[in-house]
Design a protein around this ligand. Structure first.
Ligand SMILES: Cc1ncc(COP(=O)(O)O)c(C=O)c1O
Length: 377
C-alpha cells in the first residue's frame, strides 16, 4: 500500500524509536519520585523541555508536555482564558479550525462564552476584515491555526497577531500541522499560547506540548496538580517526550531539504493532473507544499478515498468520516463552498519517504477512478 496521508499521522522516526526504547528501559521512574532514579528521569524531562523551547524560540517555563494536539488545544485555551477577568467572555476562532478547537469552544459556549467564527477568503486565509470587525469590548481570545490540515493553507500569523496586539487580545494558534515543516521561532514571539503534536513530525503518538506565555500566569484546568509544574496531572511520559524531542530536532534540521522535496512532488502531481476534466485543485495563496486538497466534481470524497484504497493508496477526505456518511469539510464551508461541494474534498499529503514514482502512480490511478466513477454515474 502507498501511504499518502502524512498530515493524518506519520510513522515514528527510527532515531526517535531508539530513544524511546532507551529511555523506557533506563529512565522509567516517575519524574516526581524523590529517589535518585526519579531524579535521573526528571533531569531527562527538563533537558527535553529546554531543547524543545530552544527549537521554538520560547521560554521553557511556559512549555508543558501533554498527550497531543487535541489536549494541548483544550488546555491552552482554558489556561489563556483563566488569565483574564470573567467579563472577557467572547472568543473568536476560524471556521476551519480542528475539531478539538471546535469542541473546546462549544463547551465554553455552554458555560456562557460568546463565540464568533471567521470564514476564509478565496485566498485560503482567514478574512482579516471580518476578524477585526468581530472584536467586541468583551473579546478575550482569538484562536487561529497556523496551517489548515485539510487544505494546507498557511494563515497570516503576523497580521493576526498585529490585530490581537492592537486590541489587547490573547492569541492562541494551533501549530500542529506547521511545526517541523515551517520555521516557528519568529512566529512564536507573536503568539500567547500554542499547541503541538508529536506524531505529525515523526514522533510517537499520544505526546504533544502546549505553550502559555509565562507572563500570563494562566491557571491549570486541573486544580491541585503536581506534575508539569501544576499544569497537568498524570505520571509524565518521559520516553514519549524524549522521542518527540529527538523527532523535533530532526524535523527542524530537515525543513529546507524537505520543503524542496515536497515542492517537487506537488509540481509533479499538478503537472500530471492538469488536464483531468473534472478535477479541481484547492489552491491557496500561501500553501504548505506537502498537502494537496482537490475535488472530483459531483463525486463524494469518500468514494474517491475508498476506490483509491482498493487500488492500493491510503489517502484522506480531510475530515473524519464513517462509511456511508461524509460530513461536509469545515474548511470548504469556510471557503464558501456548498455542502455538496464541501463533501467532495479529498486530501493527499506527502512525507519524507514519498517518491516521485508514487505520486505519478497515484495521479494515473486518479485518472482511472475519475473516468470510471463518471461512467457509473
Ligand atoms: C490542526 C490539527 N490540530 C490538532 C490535531 C490533533 O492532534 P492529536 O491527534 O495529537 O490530538 C490535528 C490532528 O489531526 C490537527 O491536524
Amino acid at each position: 500500500m502507498i501511504y499518502l496521508d502524512y498530515a493524518a499521522t506519520c510513522p515514528i522516526d527510527e532515531d526517535a524509536l531508539l530513544g524511546y526504547m532507551e529511555i523506557s528501559k533506563n529512565y522509567f521512574a516517575n519524574t516526581n519520585s524523590l529517589h535518585d532514579i526519579g531524579g535521573d528521569a526528571y533531569y531527562i524531562l527538563e533537558n527535553c523541555r529546554k531543547q524543545l523551547a530552544n527549537l521554538l524560540g520560547i521560554q521553557k517555563e511556559g512549555l508543558y508536555f501533554t498527550s497531543g494536539g487535541s489536549e494541548s488545544n483544550f488546555l491552552a485555551i482554558h489556561a489563556l482564558l483563566s488569565s483574564l477577568p470573567s467579563s472577557k467572555n467572547h472568543i473568536i476562532a476560524a471556521m476551519g479550525e480542528h475539531s478539538s478547537i471546535h469542541s473546546t469552544i462549544k463547551i465554553l459556549e455552554q458555560k456562557g462564552y460568546e463565540i464568533t467564527y471567521i470564514p476564509y477568503t478565496a485566498s485560503g486565509a482567514v478574512d482579516l476584515a471580518v476578524l477585526e470587525n468581530s472584536i467586541q469590548t468583551n473579546t478575550a481570545l482569538v484562536s487561529i491555526q497556523h496551517v489548515n490540515s485539510e487544505t494546507g493553507a498557511i494563515q497570516p500569523i503576523e497580521e493576526i497577531s498585529f490585530i490581537c496586539r492592537k486590541y489587547h487580545l490573547l492569541f492562541h494558534s494551533d501549530l500542529v500541522q506547521s511545526f517541523g515543516k515551517l520555521p516557528i521561532p519568529e512566529l512564536s514571539k507573536m503568539i500567547d499560547g500554542f499547541s503541538l503534536s508529536s506524531h505529525k513530525f515523526y514522533g510517537p503518538k499520544g505526546v504533544g506540548a502546549c505553550y502559555i506565555h509565562p507572563r500570563l500566569n494562566g491557571k491549570s484546568f486541573y486544580p491541585n496538580t503536581t506534575h508539569e509544574n501544576g499544569f497537568r496531572p498524570g505520571t509524565v511520559n518521559t520516553p514519549g517526550i524524549a522521542a518527540m524531542v529527538i523527532a523535533a530536532n530532526k524535523a527542524n534540521q530537515l525543513i529546507s531539504e524537505e520543503t524542496i522535496h515536497y515542492k517537487k512532488l506537488r509540481q509533479l502531481f499538478l503537472e500530471k493532473t492538469k488536464n483531468y476534466p473534472s478535477l479541481s485543485i484547492i489552491e491557496n495563496k500561501a500553501q504548505l507544499p506537502s498537502i494537496i486538497a482537490f475535488r472530483i466534481k459531483q463525486v463524494e470524497g469518500q468514494w474517491v478515498l475508498l476506490e483509491s484504497n482498493r487500488k492500493g493508496f491510503a489517502i484522506s477526505t480531510g475530515s473524519a468520516c464513517q462509511v456511508g456518511h461524509q460530513a461536509p469539510s469545515k474548511t470548504m464551508k469556510a471557503l464558501g463552498y456548498s455542502d455538496e461541494a464541501a463533501k467532495e474534498l479529498v486530501r493527499i499529503s506527502f512525507g519524507r519517504n514519498t517518491s516521485p514514482l508514487e505520486v505519478e502512480q497515484f495521479a494515473a490511478t486518479l485518472e482511472e477512478i475519475s473516468k470510471n466513477i463518471h461512467q457509473i454515474k
